[in-house]
Each structure stands twice: as C-alpha cells, then as structure tokens.
Design a protein. Structure first.
Lengths: 137, 62
C-alpha cells in the first residue's frame, strides 16, 4: 500500500476519496504523471494503453485499500450512518435499473431479462444476509 | 434516553475531543450522545460509565 488514509476523506458526493493534506494532492499528482508517462514512450499504442491500465489498476487497488481502512476506522455511529447511506444508494440504484429495463422492454417490445437478474440478485443477497445474521446473532 | 455525560465531563474538566480519544470515537459522536441525538451501544455505554467511574444507571436514564 502506498497511500495513507490520513491523507484523504471520503467524498460526500460519490464514493471516491478527496485529498485533504498536501501529501494526498502530491499522491494524486504523481499517480497522474505515472499514468500518463507511458503515452510519451516510443511504444505502439497497445503497449502504451496496457501500461496506463496497469498504473490505473494499481491506483484503484491502493484507493480501495485506503477506503477499506477508512471504513474500519469508523466508530459505531458513523458505521450506522454509512449503512443507511449505502443501503439508500443501493435501493435507488436497483430502482433505476429496474425502471430503465422496464422502459427498454416497453420501447422495444422485447422483455428485458435484466430486471429478473437484478431482482434475483437482490433476493439472493437478502436471503444470504438474513440467514447469516439470524444464525450468528 | 438521557445522560449526564456533559455534566460529568465538565466536572472532570475534559473536552469532548479528549473524551472521544479515550473512547475511540469521534468528537461528533460524543457531541451527539451528549445532546441525546444518538443512543450509544451497550458496549460504548459501559465504556463511558467506566471512564467516569460511575454506574451505568447513574450515567444513563430512560
């Protein structure tokens, strides 16, 4: 892991990180430079894109580790808030997917099975979570 | 749920920040508990009572 959680704060809008210290800004700047550096190399475009992709993946993994550490550092009140926020966002996302799939089905005249996949995944996740929580608490 | 955290904290002459550090929570959480906006878990309630060396019934009332 390269970045430190003290350098960032979670964004209110969205899920990414917001730099709050100069180290955080330097980290973002260095990542951007490293990610763009392969474009200036005398390689063919496929290799350049592959190198950029590797840098971006490393950066994303590093960001995910920082976000996970931030989540673990939350106290009970903040965790409760986070759960409500995430479940609200999930509910809105599922509702939007179902509405779009319904609209798509009506507009095209062909039933979009995406609705059933989304609802099926929801039912499965809810069932697993309910069984797990009932058994363990 | 009511509590006497603010009262005992003032008596002990410590800030919300210091208490938060002792309890491993944020200052905002201490503030929310003091104002009665957030009811702490049983574990945190015991931690608070033990920190002030009081019985939990003395610290919290319902």
């Amino acid at each position: 892991m390269i970045a430190k959680k003290e350098w960032f704060k979670p964004r209110v809008f969205g899920w990414s990180l917001r730099p709050v210290t100069w180290e955080g800004w330097v980290y973002i700047a260095i990542v951007a430079l490293i990610a763009l550096f392969p474009l200036s190399l005398p390689f063919n475009p496929e290799i350049k894109i592959a190198l950029c992709t590797i840098v971006v993946i490393v950066f994303l993994v590093d960001s995910l580790i920082v976000m996970f550490q931030m989540y673990r550092a939350l106290d009970e009140r903040e965790r409760k808030h986070q759960m409500i926020i995430e479940s609200s966002a999930s509910f809105a996302a599922v509702l939007a997917i179902v509405l779009v799939a319904l609209y798509d089905s009506i507009a095209s005249g062909i039933l979009n099975i995406g609705i059933f996949i989304v609802l099926g995944a929801m039912v499965l996740a809810k069932t697993i979570a309910t069984i797990y929580l009932t058994k363990n608490e | 749920m009511n509590n006497k955290i603010k009262e005992f904290r003032k008596f002990k002459n410590i800030t919300q920040e210091e208490l938060a550090k002792r309890l491993s929570v944020t200052r905002q959480t201490v503030n929310a508990i003091e104002q009665g906006k957030y009811s702490p878990s049983l574990e945190l309630a015991f931690k608070i009572s033990r920190y002030f060396e009081k019985d939990i019934e003395e610290m919290f009332s319902y």
